[in-house]
Ligand binder design. Structure first.
Ligand SMILES: [Zn+2]
Length: 340
């Protein structure tokens, strides 16, 4: 089969990879209807993070089940399924508490490489959620978004305790940040401030429910949020970048007693203890337990109540994955959908 492999920073190739096979009786094999490039794939692409090169790439997926192992009971060939970037049993104590991305048996789907024609999913019964029927084509991008960016943005909003009457600020205007805006709207936020300096992203943020846009970043961005909130800061801030600057921007834009939900994968972030101590800000985040939210999110998409697939503003054949990485790296595209 064809699949994307990263050989070194900036070097993505689509090449022949061996077809995935059932390895354990709890596995499933799916044929991907769509896959995509993640903002987090840009960390190794930019040389910020090392991978065991050459590395198969991709951890977001939606597609049709082709084959299941002998111990798989709920997932059946022919179903259209979505799952998270961590496979999980969904039965251990950690999963039952809603933290499937820390499952005691978790397995990173990225190791299997989802930017490909087919994919092996471990722990199929725990990991995969089937749609009621095979979806119409126009729903596929939104269902694919549920695999990571929607679930991650949603968790960011939940972690930041977004709710009715609250003012929410979102740091980061990538797909996760934009979908945190969508989540904040769905969860009843009164005011949603998107921090973005890119016009097309501002426009999508507004479509998703942003009431205000702040273009400034760093200390200036914090000052602007304070100005919009009677000097107090936002109740809830979603951090969807993962740098020192964005994390501090999120913490400082939050009012005393408020909550930061951080879902940007932290790279080199160090928190100042003394400032945190006196801030009275709640910090909570991590790799989103997307599996917890999947049934609810799939339902919202199926009933066309939300349209998270709009974050895909470039669609390419899988063969052109390298161009997809480049477009996201240069911020020419918010998120790139790949068709195997
Ligand atoms: Zn588990």
């Amino acid at each position: 089969m064809r699949g994307a492999v990263m050989y070194a920073p900036g070097d993505v190739r689509v090449e022949e990879r061996s077809d995935p096979r059932i390895v354990k009786p709890t596995d499933a094999i799916i044929r991907l209807s769509a896959t995509c490039v993640c903002g987090s794939d840009l960390w190794p692409y930019r040389g910020v993070e090392n991978l065991p090169w050459p590395a198969p790439m991709g951890h977001e997926y939606a597609g049709i089940v082709e084959e299941v192992g002998s111990e798989v009971t709920t997932i059946k060939p022919g179903q259209f399924v979505i799952g998270s970037f961590f496979a999980s049993d969904n039965t251990c104590e950690i999963c039952q508490a809603g933290y499937q991305s820390s499952c005691i048996h978790r397995h990173g789907v990225g190791q299997e490489g989802a930017q490909a024609e087919r994919l092996r999913l471990p722990l199929a019964d725990g990991t995969l959620v089937a749609t009621p029927e095979v979806p119409a084509d126009d729903l596929v991008p939104s269902l694919l978004a549920a695999s990571d960016v929607l679930g991650t943005g949603w968790f960011g909003a939940v972690a930041a305790e977004v709710g009715p009457g609250k003012t929410v600020a979102v740091v980061g205007d990538g797909a996760v940040g934009l979908l945190a805006v969508l989540a904040a709207k769905q969860l009843g936020a009164e005011r949603i401030i998107a921090m973005s300096r890119h016009e097309p992203r501002q426009q999508l943020a507004r479509e998703y429910g942003a009431t205000d846009i702040v273009e400034e970043r760093g200390d200036d961005g914090v000052a602007k949020i304070k100005e919009l909130t009677n000097g107090l800061g936002a109740h809830s801030v979603v951090e969807a970048v993962g740098t020192q600057e964005s994390m501090m921007q999120a913490i400082r834009a939050t009012r005393a007693g408020g909550h930061v939900g951080y879902v940007g994968v932290a790279h080199g972030v160090e928190l100042p203890g003394e400032e945190l101590f006196f801030s009275h800000v709640h910090l909570y985040g991590g790799p989103a337990p997307v599996r917890r939210f999947l049934p609810e999110l799939i339902d919202l998409i199926w009933n066309r109540q939300i349209d998270p697939g709009k974050v895909f503003d470039l669609e390419l054949p899988l063969e052109q994955a390298a161009a997809g990485y480049e477009a996201m790296d240069k911020r020419q595209a918010i998120k790139v959908l790949l068709r195997p």
